[in-house]
Design a protein around this ligand. Structure first.
Ligand code: F6P
Length: 550
């Protein structure tokens, strides 16, 4: 494909941007009272309202042409057919196979992978059922009441986000814990509240070589053996999820306790695989399957819907419009549901590890910006922290406001209904970010105060809001396993679509390797406690300072 910035479609968008960049959304809504009608998409119980964006009918048409030029329709087919589109690692990217509920064959290297996927699902079902019904016993005959997932990145963020999102569906008798950081504080705090007789450790690492995970796994094993005394008891308390069975066996985990995943499952796309074991144990297999079902329905939506009715593609195009034309570099994820607190961090890895790349598929430096800096926080907490900048800062931050219409928690009465209050904040924020408040409106609002004290006139500009700050609203009926599956998969496909437009490989992560290599060189310098000249003067002196003070 020609460099995307050189295509006539991109150049038309550049011209169009100059024409409409100062248009105010308030005027767009005033001039078209049905603006919502032509700028939203319904998908099952999901509503995606993208009308509060700085786009016109022409912008949409031009963006859709851009998607066609990038050949997104063909690329989505290539993704689904198991082609090795992760070309820098010579792998397919087949997370869609993990949630393929139709069971149609999906081929990799001429072999249908669905039997492998289904076998693994059966193993997950067996173990999760046994733990939940108490037939799996710890070494002293007691039921398992704590599960500790030890993993990092994709082997942690997905399961941990889903378990907290779906807590209302979780077992009351089993507590899930997630340990990721190599900082001893993380594992120590979890071990402090666990009993070795009733704890199951899940060592989740695709490679089984990740420094943080292996360090935590060894310490967990030492802690367990210290209490249980016999190595043979490891069988009742340690399972592993990995594609490196040899390393798992060497670690001492029984071969029957190994769950596998394959090279075509990327870490940040792996919660649908056996990496989701902790999810299945906590919410039960039926709910885990509903999560998969939701993901599968979003896949069907992505593959089948035309661009203008396709939520992930429209999300992606609007994102491209802001990053590449308006030069808005960051993007906020604002879930109005406490259970989705971990969603921003989860999507940070999904998006930034996928599209934080400056080299294109043509092995050359790309000519435009790629992935946005993603961040966010649950509403309404964010409102009392960083929304000041969203409303009046010099940086404009396009945002996704996400909310289930019905809460899983009922609290309050007619006067103090938590969920109504939460919802009114959601609506108020998207509306006020878009509308702003003019000087004239502020002046009328302050009229009486100013009449009493004319000096207060100087406050008018401080209380003015420019507005024109874009957001998408994503609403769905309630936060069920199925709805969550849909939501996650919609974002995965948004990320994929943007990667295609930018012509980058969204499925490798060479960028995280360099720091890991250097850490291996630094470690012996810290262990030796001696001064070093191995690095630059800053690094050498940081090492010296640590050594002198430890
Ligand atoms: O450091 C990046 C990364 O490779 C992620 O992509 C992955 O999710 C994480 O590390 C964990 O890797 P593993 O599952 O092999 O321990």
């Amino acid at each position: 494909m020609a460099e995307i910035t050189k295509t006539p479609e991109w150049q038309s968008l550049e011209k169009h941007y100059k024409k409409i960049k100062d248009l105010h959304m308030k005027d767009l809504f005033e001039n078209d009272t049905d603006r919502f009608e032509s700028n939203h998409i319904l998908f099952d119980d999901f509503l995606f309202d993208y009308s509060k964006n700085r786009i016109t009918k022409e912008t949409k048409e031009l963006l859709i042409s851009l998607a066609r030029t990038a050949d997104i329709e063909n690329w989505r087919r290539r993704l689904f057919s198991g082609e090795k589109i992760n070309f820098t690692e010579n792998r397919s990217a087949l997370h869609i196979a993990l949630r393929n509920r139709s069971n149609n064959p999906i081929m990799v290297d001429g072999k249908d992978v669905m039997p492998l996927v289904n076998d693994e699902l059966s193993k997950i079902r067996k173990l999760s059922d046994e733990i939940r019904n108490g037939s799996w016993k710890g070494y002293s005959g007691k039921k398992i009441t704590s599960i500790v997932n030890i993993g990092i990145g994709g082997s942690d963020l997905g399961p941990s986000m889903v378990c907290s999102a779906l807590k209302p569906f979780g077992s009351k008798e089993i507590t899930p814990h997630f340990v990721s950081n190599v900082d001893a504080a993380d594992l120590s705090q979890v071990l402090d509240v666990c009993d070795p007789e009733t704890t199951l450790f899940i060592i989740a690492s695709k490679t089984f070589t990740t420094q943080e995970t292996m360090t935590n796994a060894f310490s967990a094993r030492d802690w367990f053996i210290d209490k249980a005394k016999k190595n043979e008891f490891i069988k009742n308390h340690f399972v592993a999820i990995s594609s490196n069975s040899e390393a798992v066996i060497e670690f001492g985990i029984h071969p029957e306790n190994i769950f596998v995943l394959w090279d075509w499952v990327g870490g940040r796309y792996s919660l649908w695989s056996s990496i989701g074991l902790s999810i299945a144990i906590f919410i039960g297999m039926k709910n885990f399957e509903a999560l998969l079902e939701g993901g599968h329905e979003a896949d069907n939506h992505f593959i089948a819907e035309p661009i203008e009715k396709n939520i992930p593609i429209m999300m992606a195009l609007i994102g491209v419009w802001y990053i590449n034309f308006f030069d808005f570099s960051t993007y906020a994820i604002l879930p109005y549901d406490q259970c989705l607190t971990k969603l921003p961090a989860y999507l940070q890895q999904a998006d930034m590890e996928s599209n934080g790349k400056f080299i294109g598929r043509n092995n050359q430096k790309v000519c435009q910006k790629t992935g946005p800096i993603l961040w966010g926080e649950a509403g309404t907490n964010g409102q009392h922290a960083f929304y000041q900048l969203l409303h009046q800062g010099t940086e404009i931050v396009p945002s996704d406001f996400i909310m289930p219409i019905n809460s899983n928690y009922k609290l309050g009465n007619d006067k103090h209904n938590h969920h109504n209050i939460l919802q009114s904040n959601f609506i108020a924020q998207t509306q006020s970010l878009m509308m702003g408040k003019s000087k004239h409106d502020v002046e009328s609002e302050m009229k009486n105060e100013i009449d009493d004290n004319p000096d207060l006139k100087r406050l008018i500009s401080h209380r003015t809001f420019e507005g024109n700050r874009p957001s998408n609203s994503i609403l769905f009926k309630s936060l069920t396993p199925k709805a969550l599956g849909k939501l996650i998969a919609l974002y995965e496909h948004k990320i994929f679509t943007q990667g295609i437009i930018w012509n980058i490989n969204s499925f490798d992560q060479w960028g995280v390797e360099y720091g890991k290599q250097i850490a291996k060189l630094v470690l012996p310098e810290l262990e030796s406690k001696k001064d070093t000249k191995a690095f630059d003067s800053s690094t050498n002196n940081l090492i010296k300072y640590i050594n002198n003070n430890s």
